[in-house]
Design a protein. Structure first.
Length: 293
């Protein structure tokens, strides 16, 4: 049976560090240790073998610590050097990025200005071509808006340095736009005048029809009154009988109906209003049957 003294766990020497970490040698050493330790069989119930187990475990830990320490001594200087190299790389990266951006700045500004110029040129030509149509796109135009659009297009500065390859196109578009705006504005004026004339004619027709209806009602009332037989004159000595409540209400209701028909209600509508008044079905309105008519 092997004892801790005979168990083969290699010791790591400082002078062999490079050799140990070179290639697959360290892996081979680890595999030897694993095979050696796993081949051991001890009975922990036997005091001597119990101690053997602890001794061998400490030798395993010692091998691990020695290898780790040796590797750290090799790596630490390399890490310092890597850190210095990384700092130099970052310095070069930051400064070259800044230099590149500084050098590109004029071109970037030119590109942005060119984008804005092209956008403004396109917007101007679109205004020339469609301004007379878009003026009524969201709300009804008026003369002030037509005049403002004409003034804007007429006063638009068209320079070759701004419009460049679209200079001639812009000049022709503005010239055509002024004609389009004038024609559209004249058409709008004609349409507005026609609408106003139509509204006026409709109002006159409505007033005429209302007058005719009123005259017809008055004529009908006069004819009705003329057709009634004339009551005989009462004897001078006799006084007229006092008016009953029912008669007074009927007289007031007839007067109200006549007034309602005079303002345009039909006979049926006027009758319905009088009935509703009599029954108190119209809030806040009452009929005073005690007043003289």
């Amino acid at each position: 049976m092997k004892t801790p003294d005979t168990v083969e766990i290699p010791e790591v020497a400082d002078e062999s560090a490079l050799d140990l970490y070179n290639g697959a040698r360290l892996k081979v050493e680890v595999e030897k240790v694993e095979a050696e330790v796993r081949s051991l069989v001890f009975d922990p119930s036997i005091p001597k073998e119990y101690k053997f187990i602890g001794t061998i475990a400490r030798k395993i830990s010692g091998f691990k610590v020695a290898v780790d320490k040796l590797g750290k001594e090799l790596v630490d200087p390399i890490k310092v050097q890597c850190k210095e190299i990384d700092a130099q790389r970052k310095m070069v990266k930051d400064r070259m990025d800044a230099l590149r951006d500084e050098f590109l700045a004029p071109r970037e500004a030119f590109d942005q200005a060119e984008v804005t110029r092209v956008k403004n040129v396109a917007a101007a030509i679109e205004l020339f071509q469609y301004g007379h149509l878009k003026i009524a796109e969201f709300s009804k135009p008026d003369m002030a808006r037509w005049d403002a659009l004409y003034a804007k297009v007429h006063g638009f500065e068209i320079s070759e340095c701004v419009f460049q390859d679209r200079f001639n196109e812009a000049k022709m578009a503005r010239s055509a736009a002024l004609d389009l705006i004038c024609n559209a504005r004249d058409k709008w004026i004609e349409d507005e005048q026609a609408l106003e004339a139509g509204r006026k004619a409709l109002k006159e027709q409505e007033d005429k029809e209302a007058g005719e209806r009123h005259a017809k009602r008055q004529a009908e009332a006069a004819a009705t009154a003329a057709a009634k037989p004339k009551a005989p004159d009462a004897p001078a000595a006799e006084k007229p009988a006092p008016e009953s409540k029912k008669e007074r209400e009927a007289r007031v209701n007839r007067a109200i109906m006549a007034n309602l028909r005079d303002i345009g209600l039909s006979a049926a509508a006027a009758h319905n209003v009088v009935v509703a008044l009599y029954r108190g079905q119209i809030p806040h309105v009452t009929t005073d049957y005690n007043s003289a008519l």
